[in-house]
Write a protein that binds this ligand. Structure first.
Ligand code: ADP
Ligand code: ZN
Ligand code: ZN
Length: 747
């Protein structure tokens, strides 16, 4: 057996591993080796250095005679780097992809890309002095130093750079000059800290936990021990005060000198959560989000590693925070689809959280108002301890829910997207000065353009999905960015009756403006939140009651707490219901429940209006009644009939390439290999496909999928390993293979 080892103690060298032989009777077992620190002979003189084992392999691509043996493992406590590497190895083994893919998921890009600033030691106003200095350097034949000074002078005395090449010199020259007081070098990242973390307002009154919250906390406190901290599901209806329970659990864990990772599904929720948390834990929190630059993320990573913070709040990547004394991982809104990575390795944050917590002796708490079927199944199997909150905290009542049948609405002559009932209630709220949220299932749905004469739908030539209309008249592909002007007649039949179809946030905004002339309206969707701080600004405006109506997509319904909102309108609840996706009912249920949960959180009871074409569907009905347990039963039954997760496990094998014929041939070939890999156990295994992926072509790449379903996840991992090897063979040169375990929907 051989091991790939990186030299030294720094993880920025992951791209340059060296191969060593693992001697026989090595005291660490092969499975435990990835991540371990070892002594190795290095260089011509075989000086002994330390390194980390990245991965192990059977074959070695180099001359056997040139390979050296690992000397011995480094004894002592396992460091945080070791843990991260072994976590990466686990990701790779369990979800597919290469070790490099996995390491990149786990370890942020090293700060080298981060710009530094260099400036003259004595600016401002000392350019002329610098000129003199430069002349002096020239006389001394110190041309490199002269060059640096002249470059700086040319740039007004100050320059930000990422590479000393900017000055046609090396970093050591710059450091030398800084040491001599000629220039000043500043690491930009030292000053980087998301401004939001500076919030130190602590004025909020302490909330006393209610009885249910106390009970939940007791379950945690009574089960949490050093040796067995436990795994928990906090299932509490919207507004039941889950956050306060999280805070109390965090206090307990922090008091024991441990650290906390707090996962939230979306950037839009980060700010509100940080606001609330920083009132309790000011100065001890760090955060990560997808909008941060590599350098900003790296700075947070280093802070966590140095132990300068005890809490990290962030999306799924925060799971890999290099804490050395991890005590608790919270996964808030654990049912959210964004916890699944869409990049290889396609891990699920819930699963990794449980894995890491078990490995490092930490507790894990999943929280949701509509737990994923996966989590609830674990509760049923007693793998998670259940904590329940059944009432709204502070005594707020659940909203009254109306289901409006849109077909009937049309029959009575109302062609607007706002039903009569919803109109009535919005009008009422405007009069009372209360706020309304209008929720539209998804951006882009609206905008598709078709011809009313021949039916042609305008599609992206690269992606095979419909283009979306954007004002003032552009058609845009949301997958690849392809953009054309809106045609004035049908490119297929020449008819002028070509128009947008359906319902988008912009269109609803326009309509609501026309209908309610005095209403102040805010819109929140992917378009209005493109810039860095826009989420926060829009939400703050709404919270400060600077608007009456907030119109938006998914991102407005999750988790937010607006006490003055007393009406939520779900404009077309079932748009997600009949998509070709096994989780469609669950998603619809979640969305209705979450959206409803925004209404009536304060002292005034609220209303929810669900507009739908399918009022009889169980997901709509049960969500309207807030009946999670019935939904769970019904849906688990449906899933078990078709062997869908979580009843069964499902592996999607994705074949992709530029040539559709090659992809098809490769897929058939892999289907055969898959059948063989599954071997004798066929009775419990179902293989379907290959089929074209739901979006068959993205950015000119064609994709086909084979699905393998079985309860035996280990079998799926074995199938993956076999197919992964075949994928690297010559036969498959032009077709790539990717894997997705328990995919979030149709691939
Ligand atoms: P969830 O996360 O379960 O949806 P939150 O934690 O956001 O609920 O709490 C909903 C609201 O109830 C918040 O405004 C919160 O401040 C308030 N709240 C929570 N616990 C209590 C309590 N014990 N007493 C009074 N108000 C509470
Ligand atoms: Zn036409
Ligand atoms: Zn496209």
């Amino acid at each position: 057996m051989y091991a790939d080892v990186i030299i030294g103690s720094s993880l920025d060298k992951i791209d340059r591993p060296f191969t060593y032989r693992i001697p026989e009777n090595f005291p660490v077992s092969i499975n435990e080796l990835p991540g371990r620190e070892v002594y190795i002979p290095f260089g011509a003189s075989n000086r002994v250095v330390k390194g980390f084992v990245l991965s192990v392999k059977i074959k070695c691509e180099y001359d056997e005679a040139l390979i050296k043996d690992i000397i011995s493992p480094v004894e002592g406590a396992v460091g945080v780097e070791s843990r991260l590497i072994s976590m990466a190895y686990w990701l790779k083994s369990n979800y597919g992809g290469t070790m490099n893919d996995a390491l990149h998921a786990v370890i942020p890009a090293p700060k080298k890309v981060e710009p530094k600033i260099v400036h003259l030691a004595k600016i401002p106003g000392e350019i002329s002095e610098a000129e003199k200095l430069a002349d002096e350097m020239k006389q001394k034949h110190a041309y490199a130093k002269e060059r640096v000074l002249r470059t700086l002078i040319k740039n007004g005395g100050k320059l930000s750079f990422t590479n000393a090449g900017t000055f046609n010199t090396s970093m050591s020259v710059l450091r030398n000059m800084a040491g001599a007081g000629l220039i000043r070098l500043i690491d930009k990242e030292e000053f980087r800290d998301p401004s939001i973390l500076k919030n130190d307002e602590k004025s909020l009154p302490e909330i006393e936990l209610n009885d249910e919250q106390k009970e939940a906390l007791d379950i945690f406190n009574n089960n949490y021990t050093e040796s067995n901290p436990g795994k928990y599901m906090l299932y509490g209806i919207t507004g039941s005060g889950k956050t306060e329970v999280y805070i109390a659990m965090m206090e307990r864990v922090l008091a024991e000198g441990k650290q906390v990772i707090f996962l939230i599904p979306e950037i839009a929720l980060t700010f509100q959560m940080i606001d609330r948390l920083s009132r309790h834990f000011a100065g001890r929190i760090s955060m990560l989000n997808s909008r941060m630059s590599a350098g900003e993320r790296y700075a947070q990573y280093i802070k966590a590693k140095k132990g300068l913070v005890d809490i990290v709040v962030g999306p799924r990547s925060a799971l890999f925070t290099p804490f050395s004394k991890l005590g608790l991982i919270i996964v808030d809104e654990e049912h959210e689809g964004s916890y699944k990575s869409e990049k290889t390795p396609r891990y699920h944050a819930r699963e990794v959280a449980i894995y890491r917590a078990e490995k490092e002796g930490a507790a894990v708490v999943l929280g949701s108002a509509s737990p994923s079927l996966e989590a609830m199944k674990m509760v049923a199997e007693r793998k998670l301890k259940l904590m329940r909150l059944t009432k709204r905290a502070g005594g707020a009542l659940l909203p009254k829910v109306d289901i409006v049948d849109l077909r009937e609405e049309l029959r009575s002559g109302n062609r607007s997207v706002i039903s009569r009932r919803l109109y009535e209630l919005i009008d009422d709220r405007l009069k009372k000065g209360e706020q309304t949220i209008l929720f539209i299932n998804r951006r882009g749905y609206a905008g598709f353009v078709n011809c009313r004469s021949c039916g042609k739908v305008m599609k992206c030539p690269h992606c095979d999905i419909s283009l979306t209309f954007h004002r003032p008249g552009r058609l845009l592909c949301h997958y690849c960015g392809y953009e054309i002007p809106m045609p004035d007649k049908c490119p297929s039949c020449g008819s002028p009756y070509i128009a947008t179809f359906g319902l988008g946030t912009e269109k609803v905004e326009e309509l609501v403006k026309k209908t309610f002339l005095t209403a102040r309206i805010l819109r929140m969707d992917a378009d209005t939140t493109a810039s860095k701080d826009s989420h926060r600004k829009i939400l703050k405006k709404f919270k400060d009651r600077e608007a009456d109506i907030l119109i938006g997509t998914q991102m407005i319904v999750k988790g937010h707490d607006f006490p003055n909102v007393t009406l939520v309108g779900i404009l077309a609840a079932d748009l997600s219901l009949y998509t070709n996706d096994y989780r469609a009912a669950e998603r619809t249920f979640d969305l209705i429940l979450q959206a409803s949960g925004r209404a009536g959180r304060g002292n005034i009871p609220g209303n929810v209006v669900i507009q739908t074409y399918h009022p009889e569907h169980y997901a709509v009905q049960m969500a309207a009644n807030g009946d999670y347990l019935s939904f769970y039963k019904e849906e688990m039954h449906t899933r078990s009939l078709a062997m869908f997760p979580p009843v069964s496990h499902m592996l999607a094998i994705i074949l992709y390439g530029y040539d559709s014929k090659e992809v098809s041939e490769g897929a058939s070939f892999i289907r055969n290999k898959t059948e063989r890999a599954v071997g004798g156990s066929l009775a419990d295994v179902y293989i379907t496909g290959p089929v074209w992926a739901s979006i068959a072509k993205i950015k000119d790449i064609y994709r086909k999928v084979i699905y393998v379903r079985t309860k035996d996840r280990e079998l799926l991992v074995r199938v993956k390993n076999i197919i992964e090897k075949i994928g690297k063979d010559r036969e498959m040169k032009k077709v790539g293979v990717m894997f997705d375990f328990d995919p979030e929907g149709t691939v």
